[in-house]
Design a protein around this ligand. Structure first.
Ligand SMILES: Cc1cc2nc3c(=O)[nH]c(=O)nc-3n(C[C@H](O)[C@H](O)[C@H](O)COP(=O)(O)OP(=O)(O)OC[C@H]3O[C@@H](n4cnc5c(N)ncnc54)[C@H](O)[C@@H]3O)c2cc1C
Length: 360
């Protein structure tokens, strides 16, 4: 019998496991992957302060001090301290920080079901019919949202933002990230993140379902634009990418002894598209509630996670969601996007940074 079973060993699951193992709770991580360092993309941009999450500089791919928001005609620069992160190193560091006395893994296990008896969940079952029991269960399965969908904490069908990326030669300013907006991107948006050693990431993403089939082709068109050619050079065909959930802001993450964290309950910030900072903070909030519930043998303590999350994030996320919807609407029109960029030019750096980082 484990104290906690975490289904999903991504960023949310690993951060939660680290916090729980620090508090000496017995944790089992179940993941369908055989290798937790095998990803569909390898680079992140983040406004997080590494020290807030006890992470070292080893996870940094590059330090950034400026975000350039660029349309066909205009650009506005926002000064900021942020990073591009090496996702593999970040997850490696989290894995290495886990206390093996308290954390066990079972990999290559695809969870399909959660079983309830007398008002509490008693086990999860994998696709081969094996069951795993614990006092508390956590859904950290990302956009699969396997358990949160099953128990109705989120809807079964929901919109996703999908993106594709290439790791390319980078010829531009290594301290600057680019966000590319306007009609050139036809209802989507582009990004360029500098990495180390003359490399970078260029990506294109959208929430518009009609564009999702042609994402790679659109990225090729972006790569051929003269201003982009000056910045990046594609030298390989390996496409990376994935999806993030675009749902209304959710506020219920707990049902009886099931707790949900990360993309499984849409905790990625709607405007920044940044998951890690927000998901790590949410996992830490969840760990505090789980710790209390286990210590006091009182599962109703789990609900305090929702209360704390709402205090910290609810109004931010609601405003970010409105900004995301506006951005999506405006992004097809150069005029409206240029209006937005002009507004950014007029406002203080501090205000722009708050909007951009999703910390309204
Ligand atoms: C293209 C793209 C670019 C992004 N860029 C950034 C960025 O620059 N900065 C940033 O902060 N965020 C970024 N994000 C968002 C960020 O990656 C996510 O918010 C974050 O990965 C979510 O973490 P998670 O742990 O909730 O889910 P995941 O990382 O998806 O982990 C879920 C885990 O659950 C496992 N799993 C799933 N289903 C099952 C099952 N049935 N049984 C067992 N295991 C299961 C999976 O194998 C996986 O290991 C980006 C996302 C995408 C798609």
């Amino acid at each position: 019998m484990y104290d906690v079973i975490i289904v999903g060993g991504g960023g949310a699951g690993l951060m939660l496991a680290r916090e729980l193992s620090n508090k000496k709770h017995k944790v089992l991580i179940l993941d369908q992957k055989k290798d937790l360092l095998d990803f569909s993309f390898y680079t992140l941009a983040s406004f997080m302060k590494l020290e807030d999450f006890n992470l070292t500089n080893n996870v940094v791919a590059n330090k950034i001090d400026e975000v350039c928001i660029q349309s066909k005609r205009l650009a506005s620069k926002v000064k900021s301290n942020l990073y591009t992160l090496d996702k593999k190193k970040l997850h490696e560091e989290l894995l290495n920080s886990l206390d093996s006395e308290y954390v066990s893994f079972k990999l290559g296990v695809q969870i399909k079901k959660i079983v309830k008896e007398n008002n509490s969940f008693t086990s999860v079952t994998d696709k081969n019919g094996n069951s795993y029991s614990a006092k508390i269960f956590v859904d950290a399965t990302g956009t699969n949202a396997v358990l949160s969908k099953k128990v109705g904490l989120r809807e079964k069908q929901y919109q996703l933002a999908t993106g594709v990326e290439y790791n390319v030669k980078y010829l531009g300013n290594t301290n600057q990230i680019y966000l590319l907006l306007g009609s050139t991107y036809k209802g989507g948006y582009g990004w360029i993140f500098p990495l180390k050693n003359g490399r970078g990431i260029i990506g294109f993403g959208t929430i518009d379902d009609s564009l999702k089939k042609g994402l790679k082709e659109r990225l090729h068109k972006i790569l051929a634009l003269p201003n982009i050619k000056k910045l990046v050079e594609k030298d390989n065909d390996k496409v990376e990418g994935g999806s993030i959930p675009i749902t209304p802001v959710l506020e219920e993450f707990v049902l009886d002894n099931l707790v949900c964290v990360g993309d499984s309950v849409s905790q990625v910030n709607p405007i920044a598209g940044e998951g890690y900072k927000f998901i790590f903070e949410s996992a830490i909030l969840a760990s505090k509630a789980i710790d209390k519930a286990l210590k006091n043998e009182n599962l109703s303590e789990l609900k305090t996670y929702e209360d704390k999350w709402k205090d910290r994030f609810s109004s931010n996320y609601k405003r970010s969601k409105i900004a995301q919807e506006r951005l999506n609407k405006f992004s097809k029109s150069d005029l409206l996007i240029d209006g937005g960029i002009l507004l950014f030019k007029l406002r203080s750096n501090q205000k722009n940074l708050a909007s951009l980082s999703g910390e309204y």
